[in-house]
Design a protein around this ligand. Structure first.
Ligand SMILES: Cc1ncc(COP(=O)(O)O)c(C=O)c1O
Length: 341
């Protein structure tokens, strides 16, 4: 039998040079880390080849925040809020408590379990079953607020509990904690700048606590202006108080987060639930990206910006965020210790 002379990258003669092979093997070298929190951040940026065909001449890119180990964009602020509190000695002998629509709760639970910090979460009783089950699986204590009061009800109940027993709790309050946007200022924005080689022209993402849009936009504005140009930063909000874009806030009918500062933003896009859901489906079937509905709303917003640029014949590099995976919105089998066959 003749020994194969095929390169592992392709047929003879078409393979990469030895230098290219070495570079590739270094790029794909498996990581070894000390603990799970070391896997937070440095997420891939992916080009949306199919979607961007609707805006010729404009590039659409998305930051894969679902690739964080807790499965969402909220791993970054959860880690940063906990690290900053540890550094200030605020977590000594206390339980972490916060209100969350889910992803931050999963992130607190994961980071808390990894760093030995007990966690209590207040969430509206009607959040999806997977969110309750996943946080409980990390050993987190759950307290449910009135489902009719939404995420604002959870915020008010958490505040009440902290006021009643201030020494028992460490309350990071993601809506008012500057460590939340700072995680994106020091992480997400810098990574986006590097990943686009400073070519990003527009950034757009939805508002939950506003941490992602505030921190990322502030830094992108600075990085752009230092090079004599601006990066246009656009927020997305659901277009109605009663919406189905989980994780996002319709600010005109909600408590406005203390960390929200409208002066950082160049514009706001109002997104319908239907358009966000439709784009989530399109991302799954056309790009192989099965992501949640806020991500669908984000990409629909990026495409809206891309189309406006294309109509004017202007080039652009529009970047947005894929906040979490679509399977987070399925109802899983109950986690059982014993199976009956
Ligand atoms: C699914 C989802 N998308 C988007 C966001 C918005 O992120 P931010 O809180 O940084 O505004 C959140 C926040 O919890 C979320 O859970």
């Amino acid at each position: 039998m003749r020994a194969s002379t095929h390169s592992i990258f392709g047929p003879p003669g078409s393979g990469p040079s030895a230098a290219e092979q070495l570079a590739r093997s270094q790029m794909i070298r498996p990581k070894r880390v000390d603990r799970i929190t070391d896997l937070i951040g440095n997420t891939p940026l992916i080009r949306l080849h199919q979607i961007e065909q609707d805006c010729p001449g404009v590039e659409l890119w998305a930051k894969c925040e679902f690739a964080n180990p807790g499965g969402s964009v909220k791993d970054r602020p959860a880690l940063r809020m906990i690290q900053d509190a540890l550094a200030r000695g605020e977590l000594q002998g206390r339980r972490l408590i916060d209100s969350t629509s889910g992803n931050t709760g999963i992130a607190y639970s994961m980071v808390g379990a990894a760093l030995g910090i007990p966690v209590t979460l207040v969430m509206p009783e009607n959040v999806s079953a997977p969110r309750k089950q996943v946080t409980a699986a990390y050993g987190t204590e759950l307290i449910f607020s009135d489902p009719m009061e939404g995420s604002d009800g959870a915020i008010m109940l958490a505040r009440e509990l902290v006021e009643r027993e201030p020494d028992r709790w460490f309350y990071p309050n993601q809506y008012a904690n500057q460590s939340n946007p700072l995680a994106h200022y020091h992480g997400t924005a810098v990574e986006l700048w590097q990943q686009t080689q400073g070519r990003v022209t527009h950034f757009v993402t939805g508002i939950g606590t506003s941490g992602t849009i505030m921190g990322t936009s502030r830094r992108l504005h600075e990085l752009g202006r230092a090079r004599g140009r601006d990066v246009r930063c656009v927020a997305m909000q659901p277009d109605d108080a009663m919406h189905g874009l989980e994780g996002l806030k319709h600010l005109p009918s909600s408590l406005v987060p203390d960390i929200y500062d409208a002066s950082v933003l160049d514009d706001t896009i109002w997104m319908s639930t239907e358009a966000g859901w439709d784009m989530s489906e399109r991302l799954a079937t056309q790009e192989g990206l099965f992501v949640g509905h806020s991500s669908g709303g984000n990409v629909a917003s990026a495409l809206q910006i891309g189309k406006q640029l294309a109509e004017r014949g202007e080039p652009g590099v529009v970047v947005t965020v894929l906040c979490d995976r679509g399977d987070r919105y399925f109802v899983p089998l109950k986690w059982e210790k014993h199976y009956a066959w």
